[in-house]
Design a protein around this ligand. Structure first.
Ligand code: TLP
Length: 344
């Protein structure tokens, strides 16, 4: 089986497992885990922020980001395809008591004017608007990079209206790898940033939320309340630290393989946009049927989107640490056979 469902499916490498085995640990709820402390300092510096906090998942770091930037009854603005809105179990309402308002935008990019149009006047009838969430790269848009200038422009528009900005940077280092722009340049336009070690960077578990010192202190209280206070978690944090230290530099390999995969699929008649990073979206009128057929041919994929408003749906294929050139060739070959069978 060639598993292209997500870049979350990777197994830790030997070097990563060794780092985990040898990790110094302590009780992190007491702030005494030396590996977690090192990881938090490392990632804060990498993102150009004062402080960072380690948590089990990107969902948790996003939701702590929502929690620390809002109060109950507030409105959070985000893109209609945002992970925070679509794939986190309704957590903004569940955990922070906020309502979300979705905004349109090609490729996950919210134009400043779309944001300005959504701004409400000060009036007792209206919810307070306190936060804009942005995502880079954008998962549902197919791993698209949020161009830095556009990011800065919409962030400035948000701040002009007194909003804070949270960046879901689960795949922020893919944006860095695709553009050569350091991740911290996007972070300079956000108040809080979530990054994941468990996506393209290949760690088994772990995400961080970065921001200013006071906000991250608040995030420590929120993490405990959300059940994310961990004890000798240096054992997993060592895998995350290893991922940040050793695997950022190899992300371009995943992007090249995604391009090869897209080219190969196009050659077999599939409609595929050129990927900017490691996510390939294949257009399909019947995405669930295509996923089943690919699965029977030995390639695992997931649903991008279902067909809607006269537009085809998409099937998502991700390249990652455990996919080599041969796997890409085999996946292209299997997909070609599916295309031939479907044409019969
Ligand atoms: N995304 C997963 C699924 O939840 C869809 C995937 O396979 O891509 N932000 C973004 C942009 C993400 O893509 C994800 C994971 C998360 C946050 C949440 O991370 P975890 O899974 O660690 O909670």
């Amino acid at each position: 089986m060639i598993d292209l469902r997500s870049d979350t499916v990777t197994r830790p490498t030997d070097g990563m497992r060794r780092a985990m085995l040898e990790a110094d640990v302590g009780d992190d709820v007491f702030g005494e885990d030396p590996t977690i402390n090192r990881l938090e300092e490392y990632v804060a510096a990498l993102l150009g922020k004062e402080a960072a906090i380690y948590a089990p998942s990107g969902t948790m770091t996003n939701q702590i980001g929502v929690f620390v930037n809002t109060q109950r009854g507030d409105e959070v603005l985000l893109h209609e395809g945002a992970h925070v809105f679509n794939y986190e179990g309704g957590a903004p309402a569940l955990l922070s008591g906020v309502q979300v308002r979705t905004l349109p935008g090609e490729g996950g990019v919210i134009p400043p004017d779309a944001l300005r149009e959504a701004i409400r006047p000060e009036n007792v009838h209206f919810p307070r608007q306190r936060l804009l969430c942005l995502e880079n790269t954008h998962n549902r848009a197919g791993g698209k990079v949020f161009p830095l200038e556009d990011f800065a422009a919409v962030s400035e528009a948000a701040r002009d209206h007194g909003l804070k900005v949270h960046l879901d940077g689960a795949r922020l280092f893919n944006a860095q790898a695709a553009t050569g722009i350091p991740a911290r340049e996007w972070c300079a336009h956000a108040d809080t940033v979530s990054v994941c070690s468990s996506k393209g960077l290949g760690a088994p578990v772990g995400s961080l939320l970065a921001g200013d010192g006071e906000t991250i202190l608040g995030a420590r209280r929120a993490r405990k309340a959300f059940g994310g206070g961990m004890r000798q978690a240096g054992i997993i944090a060592a895998g995350s630290l290893y991922a940040f230290e050793h695997h950022i530099g190899r992300l371009p390999e995943d992007h090249e393989r995604a391009s090869k995969l897209a080219d190969g699929l196009r050659d077999s008649g599939y409609t595929v946009a050129p990927p900017e990073t490691n996510i390939v979206l294949v257009e399909s009128e019947d995405p669930t049927g295509l996923i089943e057929a690919l699965g029977r041919a030995g390639v695992l994929a997931t649903l991008g989107t279902m067909p809607a408003s006269g537009r085809p749906g998409t099937v998502r294929l991700c390249t990652h640490l455990d996919v080599d050139d041969e796997a890409v060739e085999d996946a292209v070959e299997a997909a070609a056979q599916v295309a031939v069978a479907n044409a019969r």
